[in-house]
Design a protein around this ligand. Structure first.
Ligand SMILES: *Cc1c(COP(=O)(O)O)cnc(C)c1O
Length: 216
């Protein structure tokens, strides 16, 4: 089932869109089945669950951390992730930089934005972005590679689309204005099982799919 589901998703993906299989909640065996189906970008949202899988699967997949990250857990992730999608505060950036220095690595991150201003979600608000971009050049061990966002909890596709359109606008603006090599807009991570088609329409180049891969 997993392989069939992945094949169906991949058939409709344009070449420039990377599929991140969200393996959170799923066993190592199921995660291995995802890799056997040819997907090596895997998303996890809890540090402890990630570490258990990392122990077994190591660096063969590219690990994407997509969940809310507590500062005291950053040290367990550093050096093991391909991309941390969920950077949502300056304090978290501080800690990621500090821990990356200790391990002498540069950590790639996305800034998570909360454009729908939903209290249940974390992420920078639109008016905070400018200040965040100003301080980023001081972090020598962080590379900002793009933005992550979620569609609002809504049945209204127009509302969802509007948020994705806004996110893409901000992404493009930063891409144009950024002169720093520390900020390089490579990835616009938006789109999940219920809204990835809208996200791709509106310019996403990285989707994070969980349920659709594991449904029977
Ligand atoms: C769980 C999760 C996903 C995957 O969601 P599905 O609806 O199962 O596709 C994507 N992104 C984040 C941040 C998540 O927490």
């Amino acid at each position: 089932m997993i392989a069939d589901n992945i094949k169906k998703i991949q058939e409709e993906l344009p070449d420039h869109v990377t599929l991140v299989a969200v393996t959170k909640y799923h066993s190592i065996e199921e995660t291995q089945a995802v890799m056997d189906a040819g997907v090596f970008d895997l998303g996890e949202s809890k540090v402890q669950d990630f570490l258990k899988k990392y122990e077994v699967l190591g660096n063969e997949p590219r690990w994407h951390f997509i969940g809310h990250l507590q500062k005291n857990k950053v040290k367990y992730l550093i050096g093991k992730t391909f991309l941390i999608h969920s950077v949502d505060s300056l304090k978290l950036l501080d800690v990621i930089d500090k821990e990356s220095k200790k391990k002498e690595v540069v950590t790639s991150v996305l800034l998570q934005l909360n454009l729908a201003r939903e209290e249940s979600k974390s992420g920078f608000l639109e008016e905070e972005i400018k200040d965040v971009l100003t301080v980023i050049p001081k972090y020598q061990n962080i590379k900002v590679q793009g933005l992550m966002g979620m569609g609002p909890l809504s049945q209204n596709n127009d509302k969802i689309r509007n948020i994705f359109v806004e996110l893409k606008k901000i992404y493009d603006r930063i891409k144009e204005e950024s002169l720093s090599t520390i900020i390089q807009m490579d990835y616009l991570s938006m789109g999940m099982t219920d809204d990835y088609r809208i996200a791709i329409d509106e310019g996403s180049n990285m989707i994070r799919i969980g349920r659709k891969i594991f449904s029977s």
